[in-house]
Every structure is written in structure tokens, then in C-alpha cells.
Design a protein around this ligand. Structure first.
Ligand SMILES: Cc1cc2nc3c(=O)[nH]c(=O)nc-3n(C[C@H](O)[C@H](O)[C@H](O)COP(=O)(O)O)c2cc1C
Length: 719
């Protein structure tokens, strides 16, 4: 059975891992990987294929499916019945707050059937918005799916499924190198004392040579050699804790009064071999919201070194680029885990990883990673523990109480307890492990158990001249002036909460960004933003008017776009631009508000939801407040029923400026909507349709929708 997933932030991947575990227990030989690791012809080699895919963007396929999807859609396959022998099942993950709910799974299903494949079990569409999230659909589906497998493909006589309380062999192969001495300490880490006993180790070059020899010798599996096409791309990906739209509790409830104490040590700067990575240095990291504001928003600037090629590449992105940050764990957390697991003896010895997960990045300097390296740079030890993790832990403790407690979390009917222990307080893996001191994870299970750190993508918030106009200079600690020909900026809202267990919480990436000091060197990914092609059929698009709608940090890509259009002014007639920007307070989170004045042809309509008197917002189109509030309360977004009464929102402002918007709409503008997902993009689209009807551009709502679909470049970037 092949289990192929498409996942941006790891949820679908977790489901795939669970399904593989289930299949292995039914004695299936399995191959679980991202869709892009599979060729179409590989599908013909397996008996059953299970696809697990989330939907991303606006009804888009996840990044790690794009090659597979492109192959599947090749025109020459039409009517070929080329997948006639393939039997498949699909599990889709989505969020019903998006207009194109579960579209990736639906598109995939339709195409597979078109090409002759047979669906051997019913497809499912799970919804992140459901009370128990994806699980409400997934858990019953999995049980039925298992029963269907046993029914249609019964086990041979005398063979029983492998029970859940029996440990399966590890999937990945990792061990501490048996002959090699520990490597000399990484000066920036906090490990020097550990090496005081090491006398005259063999020279590094010799040890590296021996190590490589062994690695090569034990590298035969086709999985290990499978193509790494994913490495050629980077995609939109969000660390769960950093993803504020899925958090069920309103931030104000768990507001941190004081910033978290700065860690004594920041992560070591060791670089990873990040696909298409760029070496950058932090030039500036400033908080742009006042300290009494609930949210810490950072404007971070990076200097990109590199020659003409880099500059051309970045300029070629036309202000619509995405910068991927690969966060790291903190040395103190890593040390805590090492101590908890009794790994002190082996933590700094090189590892041999004959078969490692595809996403696990090696060190850029070619040195073999130690366990400490892997725990610092690769494995997410502060992620919220998932079911797979907890299930496996029960095998690694001798304490019967711990075994019982761990297994209890997973019993059918205990989903709420599981959620209350893990996601609700956003408990970390590290905390879970300190709650279960009897658990000692063997090192050969490390790669199977811990999730891999995901990069997080940020829209680059500058464009045009500001990318390259003036070389950026900063003084290195040794006094030498360094020059960076390219400057890239991002605007990052850090996620910090105090949860119901009263502990401060930060997303892994938020914490990493918060403490990024100017001068820090790192490797980042820089790639085109999703949907950029729609946005920039260059040069025609710049001549169209731009109606931009942004809330909060959604202003980032819009600012880049506005700067980009500004630069093109010399050679093109740039269309008019209007910007509706929504935030809470003029003085607190009106990001870049001070910049708009001098830009010709741009008009900005800010909407401060907490500043303006209610009568400004009230207009005849306002949707009944009650219904919105009921929705909000249901999703735990609003704590105080009066909180949102009579506020000024972008959708109201669009209606209030109907004449102007209607006029631009007739010219077939670009409409860009950026900010948090959920109600905002829906309400904004509805407002545009109302304006189209109200201004007589179209007759009715249906025609209004079609106008937005066909006459307008409608680009949403919401998360
Ligand atoms: C930026 C972003 C865009 C999304 N777009 C859609 C969408 O268009 N349709 C949908 O049903 N779900 C959408 N979702 C919801 C995800 O599919 C859902 O959260 C899923 O559980 C994520 O799984 P993953 O972590 O494997 O990617 C989106 C989520 C994000 C963060």
C-alpha cells in the first residue's frame, strides 16, 4: 500500500503516518511519502494507494504535490485509462472557512477517476473548524477504512493483525556512530565542558572520510535514493503554533503581560543545507507595535549577500516573494531533553543515518550531524504532541501507571481529554516528556518519533527600488563594514499566549524571530509567492487599477506590490491604487501607515475597528451583528459578546466607498485581499458583489460573482 500525502503544515502528514501504522499492523508492505516522491508509473506497482491531502492557498494543492499533480494533469493522458489498474482512497483535510473547501482532495479524486482509477473506499472531507477538528471525521473514517480493508482483502488463514500494544520495527535507520569519537565542540553552543575528557581525537578530515565511507556503504534503499524534487521548491508552510487562525481561544484571553525572559543562549548559527538557500544577515529587528499592545509585530530586515545573479533573481520576483525562515530550538531546551532521556553520553557523537526522513536537512558544512545537532536544527521538540507520538511513547517506559495514562489518551471516546491535555494548553513534547519521567526514548527511534521542524514563510514586504537601491552596510563586530546589495524585509506577528496551564507560549518560529539579533547570520529560502503568476501577467497588470484590501500583517505583500508598481512608473502608466487597511487602533497597529502619504495615485482608507465611533461604521449594508457574533463565540474567537459591536471593518468601508470602487471595478482591476482567513475574505467578497450590484455594474449577485471571477484579477492571500 502506498500512502501519499500532500501537506503544508504537517496535519495531513500526521494522518498519513497513522494510516501507515494501521496498514503495517494489517501486514501490508507500505510506502509512505509525499506525493511528489512518486512517479505516476509507481502507482501501477502497488495494490492500493491512499491519498491524504490538505488544501492550501485558495483551493490549491499543497506544494509537495505540485509535480505529481502536474504529471497527472498532462493532456496526453486524457482518455488513456492509464490508471485502469489503480485502486485508491482519498482522505481530504480542509477548513470550511475557505470558499474552496477541500478542493485539493476533490480535484485529485476527479482526475484519478478520469484516468480510469477505481475508488475502493469512500472519500472523506475533514474540517479543521469542527469542534474536534480533523479528528471528528478522521477517527470514524479510519475505523471503517480498516474494516473495509479486512473485509475486501482478508488476512491469510492463521494471520492476525499485529495488536496495538506490540511495537513495530523502526522505519528510519539512525544510530550513534560506533567507532567515532565526538566532534570538537561547536564554539557557539554550550557544550564545551562535555569535551574536556577527549584526548587527541583523530584529525577531523580522517574522521569525516571514515564517516562518509560508512554512510555510502549503508545507503542502498531506493527510498533513500528517491528523488528529492521537493528540495527544489519551498512552499507556504506554517508552524501550528504560529498559525493564529486555527487557535480556538481568543488571544486576549491568554495575553502575556510581560515578554518572556530572553533565553540565555540563542541557537547556534550552524547552517543547514537549505534548498535554494540564501545567506543573509539580520540588519534590523524592530518591534513596530507599542509595548502595551497585545501583539508583538516585528519588522525585520535582512541583508542578502551574493552577486548579480541573486539580485536579478530577487528583482525578477516583482515584489511578490516569500521568505522562508527555518527556526531552531534553543540549547537549553535541547539540553533538557538530553538529560531527560539520558542521552548525555551520546549527544555529541556523530550519527549515522542510513535512511532518514526526506525533509531532514543535513548540515551545510558537510559535517555529520550529532544527536544534539539534530535536536537543535531538525526535530521539533516543542511541537504539540500528536497521537502517533503518544502511542509510541507507551513502549518506552516500564512504569505501568505511565503506560496506562498514555494509552488512555488514545482510547475511543477520550478525544476531548487528549485535546485538553495537548492542543488546548498547547503543551509541548518537551513538557509531556517531563510529565512522564519513566519514558526513555531509544536513539534509533528518534527520527520515527519526533516531527521535523517546518520552515515558516513570510511575504516579503518590500519591493521595487527598496530591494536594491542603496547597498546596505552594517558594521561587523570586528569593525569591518559589510555591504549587502539586496535588502529584504518581512513583517511578522509573533504569537505569544499564556495558556490555561498559565505557562507562556510562543510559536517555535515566533520565539526564534523575537531573539534574532542584528548581525545574526542565517540561511533562508527565497521563492515566488503562490498565485504570483495570476497577479503579475506583466506588464499589462501594472496598468490595471489595484484595489487592495489588507488587515493586520496582510499589508506585507500589498506594500511590496505598491512599491513595485511605483518603481515601474517610469516606463508604464500605472493604474490607480486604492487600499483598504483594517486594524484595531491608529496608534498601535496601523503598520506602515506613515509611509503612504507621498505616493502618487494611491489613496488609503484605514479602518480602525477599535478607534472610530460606531456611527461611522454603521451603514445600510451592515450584516446583522448578532449572527456574526454567534459565529465568533462558537469558534471561541470572541470572549465578550459586546466586543465587536459597531466596529469599523474593511468590508463596511468598501461599501461606504461604493462609487469609487464601482468605477474601478468597471476597468477590470486587480483585487488583492490579504490578511487572516475566515470571515474577512468572505465578507470582503460579499461587499464587492454588493457594490457591483448597487452601482449597476451587474444586475444581480450571480453576475457579480462572475464579474469577480472573469473581469477582475482576484487574488487572495489569507492564512
Ligand atoms: C494559508 C492556508 C490556506 C488554506 N486554504 C484552504 C482552502 O482553500 N480550502 C480548504 O478547505 N482549506 C484550506 N486551508 C485549511 C487547511 O487545509 C487545513 O488547515 C489542513 O488541516 C492543513 O493541513 P496540512 O497541515 O497538512 O497542510 C488553508 C490553510 C492555510 C493555512
Amino acid at each position: 500500500m502506498a500512502i501519499l500525502y500532500g501537506s503544508e503544515t504537517g496535519t495531513a502528514e500526521e494522518i498519513a503516518i497513522e494510516l501507515e501504522d494501521m496498514a503495517r499492523r494489517l501486514h501490508y508492505q507500505t510506502k509512505m511519502d509525499e506525493m511528489d516522491s512518486f512517479k505516476l508509473s509507481d502507482l501501477l506497482k502497488v495494490s492500493l494507494v491512499v491519498f491524504v491531502t490538505s488544501t492550501t492557498g485558495q483551493g490549491d494543492m499543497p506544494t509537495n504535490t505540485l509535480n505529481f499533480w502536474k504529471n497527472l494533469r498532462r493532456e496526453k493522458l486524457n482518455n488513456s485509462n492509464c490508471l485502469g489498474s489503480v485502486k485508491f482512497a482519498i482522505f481530504g483535510l480542509g477548513d470550511s472557512g475557505y470558499r474552496k473547501f477541500n478542493w485539493a482532495a476533490r480535484k485529485l479524486q476527479v482526475r484519478l477517476v478520469q484516468l480510469g482509477a477505481t475508488e475502493f473506499f469512500r472519500a472523506a472531507e475533514a474540517d479543521e473548524r469542527h469542534n474536534n477538528g480533523i479528528d471528528s471525521i478522521y477517527l470514524p473514517w479510519k475505523e471503517e477504512f480498516r474494516a473495509a480493508l479486512l473485509d475486501k482483502y482478508p488476512l491469510p488463514e492463521g494471520t492476525a493483525p499485529i495488536p496495538d500494544d506490540q511495537l513495530l520495527p523502526p522505519k528510519y535507520s539512525v544510530r550513534v556512530s560506533p567507532t567515532m569519537e565526538p566532534f570538537p565542540p561547536d564554539k557557539s553552543a554550550t557544550q564545551s565542558a562535555l569535551y574536556s575528557h577527549v584526548d587527541n581525537p583523530a584529525p577531523l578530515s580522517q574522521r569525516r572520510f571514515e564517516y562518509n565511507e560508512r554512510q555510502d556503504a549503508s545507503f542502498p534503499s531506493w527510498e533513500a535514493r528517491a528523488d528529492s524534487s521537493w528540495e527544489l521548491r519551498t512552499g507556504d508552510s506554517v508552524d501550528t503554533l504560529d498559525k493564529n487562525n486555527v487557535l480556538k481561544d481568543h488571544p486576549s484571553k491568554y495575553l502575556l503581560e510581560k515578554p518572556r525572559e530572553i533565553m540565555r543562549y540563542t541557537p547556534p548559527p550552524t547552517r543547514l543545507a537549505i534548498p535554494h538557500g540564501y545567506h543573509v544577515k539580520v540588519i534590523d529587528n524592530s518591534r513596530v507595535t507599542p509595548f502595551d499592545h497585545w501583539q508583538d509585530v516585528r519588522h525585520i530586515a535582512f541583508g542578502v549577500s551574493g552577486g548579480k545573479k541573486t539580485i536579478t533573481y530577487i528583482e525578477g520576483l516583482l515584489g511578490q516573494a516569500v521568505l522562508s525562515i527555518y527556526p531552531k530550538n534553543y540549547p537549553e531546551d535541547v539540553q533538557e531533553l538530553i538529560t531527560l532521556m539520558d542521552w548525555t553520553e551520546i549527544a555529541d557523537k556523530p550519527l549515522e543515518m542510513a535512511y532518514k526522513p526526506r525533509r531532514l536537512l543535513a548540515r551545510e558544512d558537510g559535517e555529520p550531524s550529532t544527536l544534539r545537532d539534530v535536536l537543535t536544527h531538525n526535530l521539533d521538540i516543542t511541537a504539540i504532541p500528536k497521537r502517533n507520538f503518544i502511542r509510541e511513547l507507551a513502549f518506552f517506559t516500564d512504569n505501568p501507571d505511565e503506560i496506562e495514562r498514555l494509552r488512555e489518551f488514545l482510547l475511543p471516546g477520550n478525544e476531548q481529554e487528549f485535546y485538553d491535555y495537548t492542543s488546548r494548553p498547547r503543551r509541548t513534547i518537551l513538557e509531556l516528556l517531563s510529565d512522564f519521567p519513566g519514558v526513555k526514548i531509544p536513539v534509533d527511534r528518534v527520527l520515527d518519533l519526533f516531527p521535523i521542524i517546518r520552515h515558516r514563510d513570510f511575504s516579503v514586504c518590500n519591493g521595487g527600488e527598496s530591494l536594491t537601491k542603496n547597498p546596505h552596510k552594517i558594521k561587523a563586530p570586528n569593525g569591518v563594514l559589510e555591504v549587502f546589495p539586496v535588502r529584504i524585509e518581512i513583517l511578522a506577528a509573533l504569537v505569544e499566549y499564556k495558556t490555561i496551564i498559565r505557562k507562556p507560549r510562543q510559536g517555535l518560529c515566533s520565539r526564534y524571530l523575537k531573539h534574532l539579533e542584528p548581525g545574526t547570520e542565517l540561511t533562508v529560502g527565497i521563492s515566488p509567492a503562490r498565485g504570483r503568476n495570476v497577479m503579475m501577467p506583466f506588464p499589462k497588470a501594472v496598468e490595471r487599477p489595484l484595489i487592495a484590501v489588507a488587515t493586520g500583517t496582510g499589508i506585507a505583500p500589498i506594500r511590496a506590490l505598491i512599491q513595485e508598481r511605483k518603481q515601474l512608473e517610469k516606463d508604464h502608466d500605472i493604474g490607480e491604487t486604492i487600499l483598504f487597511f483594517g486594524c484595531r487602533n491608529k496608534k498601535k497597529d496601523y503598520h506602515f501607515g506613515g509611509e503612504w502619504g507621498p505616493i502618487d495615485g494611491l489613496r488609503v482608507f484605514p479602518c480602525f475597528s477599535r478607534d472610530d465611533p460606531p456611527e461611522v461604521a454603521a451603514d445600510k449594508w451592515e450584516r446583522p451583528i448578532k449572527t456574526e457574533l454567534e459565529e465568533d463565540i462558537e469558534f471561541g474567537l470572541v470572549m465578550d459578546p459586546d466586543l465587536d459591536k459597531g466596529k469599523r471593518y474593511v468590508q463596511n468601508e468598501i461599501r461606504a466607498r461604493a462609487k469609487e470602487v464601482g468605477k474601478l471595478m468597471r476597468k477590470g482591476p486587480i483585487v488583492a485581499v490579504c490578511g487572516s482567513a475566515g470571515k474577512m475574505p468572505v465578507a470582503v467578497r460579499k461587499a464587492f458583489v454588493d457594490v457591483l450590484v448597487g452601482e449597476g455594474v451587474v444586475k444581480d449577485e450571480g453576475e457579480g460573482e462572475r464579474w469577480l471571477e472573469h473581469k477582475v484579477i482576484y487574488w487572495e492571500d489569507t492564512w
